[in-house]
Design a protein around this ligand. Structure first.
Ligand code: K1U
Ligand code: ZN
Length: 173
């Protein structure tokens, strides 16, 4: 297992639309292992493959609470939203690709999602609460969408500018 580098805004690769996984082979299983290692190391509660530079529709997640001793690793391959509720919910979101920036995002409160597990078995789940929020946030990543695309243009421009400046500074040394 290996911790992979997480891409940071304004890295253009974060805007790529990821490809569906055609075959769950050793390469995908290794990618998933590394994604869990990278997500736990960050630490985060979700991760999309594009955040480690791999444009494939693969998501890892663990929503278990800090005080819980048991981990709850979940993998979603080729996730697809089948239904969104009219009802909305607002959650303060964060993103490992936009470190230390948080913002309120309004999304459908419930979603029905189909996906494959690591054995290629199809599943459908109806999600609400934090699971619904993180699933939508990660599925957005597979489509090149970031949570800052759901906040006001004024706030988005401000955060993009801040991260662009920081990237320039790190290149300049
Ligand atoms: O996709 C990502 O960048 C991961 C992101 C997932 C997410 C969090 C909150 C709302 C929507 C999506 C994160 O994991 S940010 C870090 C975070 O939320 C966290 C980290 C450690 C402990 C608890 C939470
Ligand atoms: Zn994110």
């Amino acid at each position: 297992m290996a911790v992979r580098e997480i891409l940071i805004l304004p890295d253009k690769r974060l805007r790529r639309v990821s490809e569906p996984v055609k075959k769950i082979d050793a390469g995908i299983r290794k990618l998933v292992e590394d994604m869990f290692e990278s997500m736990y190391d960050a630490p985060g509660i979700g991760l999309a493959a594009i955040q480690v530079g791999i444009p494939k529709r693969v998501i890892t997640m663990d929503l278990s609470k800090k005080e819980e001793t048991e981990k709850n690793p979940q993998v979603f391959i080729n996730p697809e939203v089948l239904w969104r509720s009219e009802e909305k919910a607002t959650y303060e979101e964060g993103c490992l690709s936009i470190p230390e920036y948080y913002g309120d995002v309004e999304r459908p409160a419930q979603v029905k999602v189909k996906y494959l597990d690591l054995e290629g078995k199809p599943h459908e789940i109806e999600a609400n609460g934090l699971l619904a929020t993180v699933l939508q946030h990660e599925i957005d990543h597979t489509n090149g969408v970031l949570f800052i695309d759901h906040i006001s243009k004024l706030k988005r421009d401000r955060v993009v500018k801040k991260f662009a400046k920081a990237a320039k500074r790190s290149v300049a040394g």
